[in-house]
Design a protein around this ligand. Sequence first.
Ligand code: PLP
Length: 460
Amino acid sequence: MAEIKMPLEPFRIKVVEPIRPVTRREREALLKQAGYNVFSIPADKVYIDLLTDSGTTAMSDDQWAGLMTGDESYAGARNYFHLEKSVQSIFGFTHVIPTHQGRAAERVLFGSVLKKGDIVPNNIHFDTTRANVEFLGARAENLVLPEAYDPVSDRPFKGDMDPDKLKKCVESKGAKRIPLVLMTVTNNSGGGQPVSLRNIKEVSGVCAHYGIPLFFDACRYAENAYFIKKREKGHDKKTVLEIAQEMFSYADGATMSGKKDALVNIGGFVTLDDDGLAEKIKNLLIISEGFPTYGGLAGRDLEAMARGLNEALDETYLEHRTAQVAYLGGLLDQAGVPVFKPFGGHAIYILADRFLPHIPRGKYPGWALTVSLYREYGIRAVEIGGVMFGSKAGQGNKEIYPELEMVRLAIPRRVYTASHLQYVAEAIIELHKNRDKVRGLRIVRESPFLRHFTARLEEV
Ligand SMILES: *Cc1c(COP(=O)(O)O)cnc(C)c1O
């Protein structure tokens, strides 16, 4: 095929959904109403929506066809057995327990194993994972390598967990206080960075030594497996499926949000081998999600997920997806916009504190950037910084900020074309030139958990 500089879409478009620009004046008014929180902006007032890659996927014609084969029986729908087969063929665990999305999978798993005062190590906890751990009175520990917080180190697997930190954590807290270790692939809150197979083996070894089960937060397992194929020595001849199977072979189970690498708009599951634990999880599931063969989903949703899990392993799809993300990152990087490197799997992360050096952490530079991106260009992105992960502690309720202050431009799967991404790059480059005009904010109202979803702010 002819060479072009843009990532070539490996699909053609069969159904279209119009998007319409909204005037700057209207956007200004909407921001005021929304308490300067882009989560509260109606989606049809957004031009390019990079809020999340979660549940925003365009399904394939095969998945849409699958919806028509939905079996809406209460118990034992045929689509459940299809999902079970798909999950088992990739993940390799015996029990497959569907849930309505990833955080529900976390809740039924943690609800079955965690007690007050327990510790849950992870490379970096995603926000809902941390919230589900803390809600049960347990503590969430992030044990990545120091390079994970260095946005310019070119280490290819910045999602790796530090095995020494894990050992120290277990030695000091005692294995009894650690009912499970989690590993997030790819590491969403740390820049969408992959975890190497070598690190998975090592961490699995530490867990086995202390008799602690290892679970994956497997949302982006296919992207992680693809990076192993491309970046880790000795794996380039394997298929992505074989690499994924190998990854899971070192674990005891996984939670999954189907809204990522199962290419669906809703769905998730827990999968594991332990019969006793599976039974506990199913009991919790019945009182909150539903009967264990549907777990809060319609039969048609189960079918779309069963098909999507396999599509996500298609290497032409994965090549385009990673190329699309790298294309956007490359355009920004070449223009001097500070971005997290190397580029991860599902998003580009802008280093907001470097983008807006005149705004101190206490005035939330990342949040300020999301407000400006929407006001000036109709682009919606998400802050992953002080508002999302800041916590109050110690004397005078002083706020403690996370290591990195970032804005994530998440790329929905199979939704936007190269020209959409070019628009986004040009907008951000222009905003970067006018960055002095961007103002910081203060929080006027917030909730105790996951405050970024509902907080109201004002510009200062
Ligand atoms: C999205 C996500 C979750 C939660 O899944 P939902 O489907 O949004 O509930 C958990 N962990 C990671 C790493 C995620 O990206």
